[in-house]
Design a protein. Structure first.
Length: 129
């Protein structure tokens, strides 16, 4: 049986999480590690974003000041990201719109020196249907 939370509790959970993930989003090529405490097995850092999130509403947090542009530092295909704020970390998948990623870029085929835009990165505590 699944748990159901009201919006107040969902928002509390997300606002607490938000305090640990406001920081930096590092976007990489290659294979995502099995967890955020594991080092990169392969891949290259392609771009970095300084990020923060809006306060939770309706059981969801959204990226503050989206879209956010940043300069690409290496050429490659963006496949995953790591959020880091001190020792707190979280990993997720990157895609373009419609690709099912946890974060959405305007382009995943990145070229050193060009600009890329982080369009969306939302997280929620869903209630089962």
């Amino acid at each position: 049986m699944a748990l159901h939370f009201n919006d107040t509790l969902r928002n509390i959970i997300l606002n607490n999480m938000r305090s640990y993930i406001d920081g930096y989003c590092y976007v990489y090529s290659g294979t995502r590690p099995i967890g955020p405490d594991y080092p990169l097995a392969d891949g290259v850092l392609l771009v970095q974003f300084n990020i923060s999130f809006n306060g939770a509403s309706g059981g969801k947090i959204t990226l503050y000041n989206a879209p956010i542009a940043s300069e690409v530092v290496a050429t490659g295909t963006a496949t995953w990201f790591r959020l880091i704020d001190g020792s707190y970390k979280m990993d997720g998948d990157i895609s373009i719109e419609g690709g099912g990623g946890d974060a959405i870029l305007d382009n995943v085929n990145l070229t050193d020196g060009e600009m890329v835009t982080l369009k969306k990165m939302d997280f929620s505590v869903p209630n089962p249907a």
